[in-house]
Design a protein around this ligand. Sequence first.
Ligand code: TXA
Ligand code: MG
Length: 353
Amino acid sequence: MNRKTEYWPADRASDGIREAAAALAAGGVVAFPTETVYGLGADAGNDEAVRRIFAAKGRPGDNPLIVHVAASEEASRIAREPNEAERALMGAFWPGPLTLVLPVREGAVSPLVTAGLDTVAVRVPAHALARELIARSGRPIAAPSANRSGRPSPTQASHVREDLDGLIDGIVDGGPTGVGLESTVVRVKDGIIHILRPGGVTREQLLLAAGGLADVAASSEGPGDGEERGPRSPGVKYAHYAPRGEMVLVSGDPDKLPAAVLAQAETAARQGRRVAVLACSEHAGLYGEAAVFDCGPRGFPELAARKLYASLRECDERGFDYIVAEGYPETGIGAALMNRLRKAAGGREIRVP
Ligand code: TXA
Ligand code: MG
């Protein structure tokens, strides 16, 4: 499949939205910005259009897609009545980076979107361009992240181009995304909120918003979770967000991190590898020889989250084949950040006591 990919720069965003909406309505696949990462959208009701998303991404067919709607009220077009706790979450976080897995309204979306499940993942993005595009298309829009499967998600239009130029109909450039990590995916079951994928809305925020209507399950997705521990996301089993180089995560006591990171970096450098370190601002000056990506202060994981995927892509581009990443505290968005770092590292983690 080779096609010309239309590109609408930010200063032509309104033309872009109009033309991109028409393309979506006609069964096209178009990338657009959201507040989390860029999405690759298609009409969720059109089998052929949805099939083209999977083809362009090289995505396995058993990994269902999130359906994006322009406003909360539209969710009822595709999902059945939410319960009280789900309504509380919608009220608190929509528009925003929360995806709710709900019972699907039969026939409302292509079975390819749900990968044959009886649930559908729904969200209302907080990005104005995204909502305008969806509203103008007049359709619920299925949209995974706009990267080739397995690659870091795109946080800039240039990332989408790197991965998908010639494979999709168009790209609406809305500048860099704000959150930088994907939405939090949750399923509410028997008064418990299960976090299927940590993301832009934090566990702490969920608890607060649920206001006693539901509790948040102790463990979120991850190896070892599973059938007996409640619902999970099909996507969780796939390797994700990985740079081409080998990556290791070093986590634990912040005072002891630098020595452990340095040991990793020096061993790899002695083996002739090109080493990059993803470090917090406090430690960025400690790694002399290695190329250092300053990810921001330890106390502000929001910045590390925003920069992560671009840093991983830059590591690939500059040919770093060994990446050592410092861990961050797992509170707030730090939980989602650490989830993505672990996946990017393929589970290679050194914990300093
Ligand atoms: O921030 C985001 O969520 C971005 C933007 C574009 O909205 N989208 C995104 O989509 O990250 P994607 O396809 O990369 O990830 C969707 C996740 C996958 O882990 C998938 O398995 C899960 O949501 N998912 C989708 N439908 C589901 C369902 N019915 N039940 C359980 N998990 C589901
Ligand atoms: Mg993705």
